[in-house]
Ligand binder design. Structure first.
Ligand SMILES: *Cc1c(COP(=O)(O)O)cnc(C)c1O
Length: 368
């Protein structure tokens, strides 16, 4: 199959716009040869902390590692249960399993596609230690209610912000409301590096200190290892690239919101398409519609034939994956979402004519 004319995400325009600054940043690293934990890493950590409005930011190798290290920093492991959503990328549940704990799923709210916060209390047991909400597609979870339930039951909160860098809940950055926030800089994320990267945000000095210890083989002092940790540093080269991109993130996210608004308006009259709500603070990592009447795959094929790339995030809820299958009850709303969702081309540099083509193609799909 040939590559779609309009891919779901195209990074070329961004690379073209930022190329000069990025090359200069890379040259700075080459000049200093401080490839591991160099000055751009420290500088990026303080710039990210300032942007997010958090006391501490700890840069790590990936979003997955950010989740794992956040869990470990809280002392969550064998025997513990962590409540999360089944409708997410595998890394969410995987991080919980990786530290030896058990993911406990609650179904999603069909209107937001995020964890149904009202179901957390029913999922509690004496082993529950934490809640891990995911701001899916960049839509902020109702963190006010998450924090209420968490406080009431003495639970820790780790926000999976892999898809929500720059998204806000009631004006506050996602990832800075719970005990820890875990971000990913995978190239396709809203703030993407040109390789892997991740970050942990927290206001708690002890948690930040433990996370820093864990990311370098469990040592605070070189060759004085206290525990089994990780080799999970953010590369200096990636930090240098992220420093170039961070000052643009609000503009990038504003563009995404404008694209989402335009799509929503264009699709408003379509009976078979449910559009995402343009809630305040949504960073539209993905623009994801629901296609009713069992016609999602048909629409996806029709768009592919016109050279328009789309993706299904995610076709299989976590509880249905081979690793977890048979261990959980049914989550009907997640299952239905997995059968109906379709993400359309979105990006912080998606052009006017591409948007118009996507709109035209979706609108010309017969409604019956
Ligand atoms: C991308 C993603 C991750 C993992 O981030 P990586 O940097 O790829 O390890 C975790 N959770 C969610 C919801 C994601 O989308």
């Amino acid at each position: 199959m040939t590559a779609p004319r309009i891919p779901i995400l195209d990074l070329r325009a961004e690379v073209d716009e930022l190329r000069t600054d990025i090359l200069r940043a890379i040259e700075g690293v080459l000049d200093r040869t401080d490839f591991i934990m160099g000055e751009d890493v420290t500088a990026f950590e303080s710039e990210a902390a300032q942007y997010l409005g958090t006391q501490h930011a700890v840069a790590v190798n990936s979003g997955t590692d950010a989740l794992v290290i956040a869990l470990r920093a809280l002392g969550i492991g064998e025997g513990a249960e962590v409540i999360t959503t089944p409708f997410t990328f595998f890394a969410t549940a995987e991080s919980i399993s990786m530290v030896g704990a058990t993911p406990v799923f609650v179904d999603i709210d069909p209107d937001t596609l995020n964890m149904d916060v009202g179901q957390i209390e029913q999922a509690l047991t004496e082993r529950t230690r934490a809640v891990m909400p995911v701001h899916l597609y960049g839509r902020p979870v109702d963190m006010t209610r998450v924090m209420e339930v968490a406080r009431q039951h003495g639970l820790k909160v780790i926000e999976d912000c892999a898809q929500s860098f720059g998204a806000t809940w009631q004006g506050q950055q996602t990832g800075t409301i719970g005990d820890l926030g875990a971000y990913s800089f995978f190239p396709s994320k809203n703030l993407g590096a040109y390789g892997d990267g991740g970050l942990i945000a927290t206001d708690d000095s002890d948690l930040a200190d433990t996370a820093r210890m864990l990311r370098v083989h469990g040592s605070r002092r070189k060759y004085h290892n206290e525990t089994v940790g990780y080799n999970s540093r953010l590369d200096t080269l990636q930090a240098a690239i992220l420093r170039v991109k961070l000052p643009h993130i609000d503009r990038f996210n504003a563009h995404r919101r404008a694209v989402a608004a335009r799509y929503n308006e264009a699709f408003a009259g379509l009976q078979h398409i449910v559009t995402p709500e343009l809630v305040p603070g949504h960073s539209f990592h993905q623009y994801t519609v629901r296609v009713l009447g069992g016609r999602r795959d048909e629409l996806q094929q029709a768009l592919a034939q016109q050279g328009i790339g789309t993706m299904v995030y995610y076709p299989i809820p976590q509880d249905q994956l081979p690793i977890y299958r048979g261990q959980y009850p049914a989550y009907p709303h997640s299952q239905q979402a997995a059968a109906e969702v379709l993400s359309l081309p979105m990006g912080h540099m998606l052009g006017e004519s591409e948007q118009a083509e996507v709109i035209q193609a979706v609108k010309s799909f017969p409604s019956t």
